[in-house]
Design a protein around this ligand. Structure first.
Ligand code: PLA
Length: 448
């Protein structure tokens, strides 16, 4: 399908755009109404009485439903949050040590950070994603600003592009993380999709991807998952990345990487950054949103970074000056604690080493959950080919279960997951694998 034509996904995106725009149109209407002394109030006298109840978020709402369930066997495989074999959230040892260092340092204060955040954190974050020997860093062609985790970095980047880039269209993979279209639409970009996943092979639709990007208008922005694609767990190979790069550069498409899982795909930080580094190595421009939520387990600290790689140091410094104008009226400046933890770990050789060991252990546990779930389904003789469970990469398995089967598993087995059939492998443990396998087996053999 040509990107210009109207696929069901594009129609859904247009509806989303209309819905989001409708909110501000409705707001204007209400402003007019409030000029009249009585209109705009409901029977109880509330000026908000007209509001419809909004649905829960498709991912975070799964946790809300899970929390209400009183069953002792309930299992939350919705949100991508790492759990230990005991099913508990994990604070990395190296994070505890860094926090100790910070707390015991009485010279540390709680002043505002600069608008762009903690300088050390920004430098070290760029090094982490682009590599210590990156020419772009050495030539000062990169500007990095600390933002509110991955989401905040995407939003700041999108607002910047909507304001200053000549093309307002962003192509996102189909499917993608559910928040992407909302973040980009609300920032003022126009969202279109490109083929990515092939349900028949449960792998990459590489031909469809090349065709769609090949017919995208010159200069369009393209959102790429740096590794561990969410929700599909399907990544291009390095050879495919090289082809994507060549095509995108030849058409002047602007890459915007979302790197939310560096280290979580292969267990190796450098390997998981290869896609980004392939693009940066050609001297061209790109944006990268980084998150430390998953790879350092700093979910609630909201720590991440937006980097913009430019052609020259002069452009990079002007870009940074404009990023400050985007950030200042949005949240003024970012929080200090999470960034200080990250900077402490990244700048200390021993702590950095210990982090890589703990990160690898998380990645390995997820990989072993894949094998255990695959084995459990095989031993039950569950109909269908489940080899994608061991082939897919990163935190999630895109099972292929439909929304009725998911609803059945939630109702009968108290297993919570997103309705698209995505399960967070990081939420599983050896103890809960049999329960999940029983539920999947029952869903595919009994549910309609
Ligand atoms: N980008 C992608 C591809 C993600 O999957 C997520 C998180 C983010 C960005 C944002 O993460 P951050 O703002 O916390 O750094 N996706 C989660 C959580 C893990 C969520 O939906 O917020 C998910 O379950 O899909």
């Amino acid at each position: 399908m040509q990107p210009g034509s109207c696929s069901p996904a594009d129609r859904r995106l247009s509806a989303l755009a209309r819905h989001l725009q409708g909110s501000s149109a409705a707001m204007d209407h209400r402003t007019t109404l409030s000029a009249s002394p009585t209109s705009g109030f409901d029977a109880a006298g509330s000026v908000f009485g007209h509001l419809a109840r909004a649905p829960e978020d498709p991912i975070l709402g799964v946790t809300v439903a899970y929390n209400k369930d009183r069953s002792p066997v309930k299992l939350n495989l919705g949100v991508g949050a790492y759990r230990t074999e005991e099913g508990k959230p994990l604070v990395l040892n190296v994070v505890r040590r860094a926090e100790h260092t910070l707390v015991n340092d009485s010279s540390r204060v709680k002043e505002y950070l600069p608008i762009v955040g903690l300088a050390d954190f920004n430098k070290l974050s760029a090094k982490l994603i682009f590599g210590a020997d990156s020419p772009a860093i050495q030539e000062n062609r990169v500007t990095t600003v600390q933002c509110l985790s991955g989401t905040g970095s995407l939003r700041v980047g999108a607002e910047f592009l909507a304001k200053h880039y000549h093309q307002r269209t962003i192509y996102i993979p189909m499917p993608t993380w559910g928040n992407h279209p909302k973040v980009f639409t609300l920032a003022g970009l126009s969202v279109k999709t490109y083929h990515y996943y092939d349900p028949a092979t449960r792998g990459l639709n590489f031909q469809g991807l090349l065709e769609d990007l090949g017919s995208a208008p010159s200069g369009a922005i393209v959102l790429l998952h740096a590794c561990a694609h969410n929700p599909t767990g399907v990544d291009p190979t390095l050879g495919q990345w090289a082809q994507i790069r060549q095509l995108m550069r030849s058409k002047g498409l602007l890459p915007f990487f979302d790197s939310a899982y560096q280290g979580f795909a292969s267990g190796n930080l450098d390997e998981d950054a290869q896609s980004v580094r392939i693009f940066v190595a050609d001297g061209g421009e790109c944006l990268v949103a980084q998150s430390y939520a998953k790879n350092m387990g700093l979910y609630g600290e909201r720590v991440g970074a937006l980097s913009i790689v430019c052609k020259t140091a002069d452009v990079a410094s002007r870009v940074e000056s404009q990023l400050k104008l985007v950030i200042r009226p949005m949240y003024s400046n970012p929080p200090i604690h999470g960034a200080s933890i990250v900077a402490t770990i990244l700048k200390d050789r021993n702590m950095f080493h210990d982090w890589t060991i703990e990160l690898k252990a998380m990645a390995d546990r997820i990989i072993s959950m894949r094998q255990q779930l695959f084995d459990a389904l095989s031993s039950r003789g569950t109909p269908g080919d489940w080899s994608h469970i061991i082939k897919q990469i990163g935190m999630f398995t895109f099972t292929g279960l439909n929304s009725e089967q998911v609803a059945f598993m939630t109702k009968e087995y108290h297993i919570y997951m997103t309705s698209d059939g995505r399960i967070s492998m990081a939420g599983l443990s050896s103890r809960t694998v049999p329960h999940l396998a029983d539920a999947i087996h029952a869903a595919v053999t009994r549910a309609v």
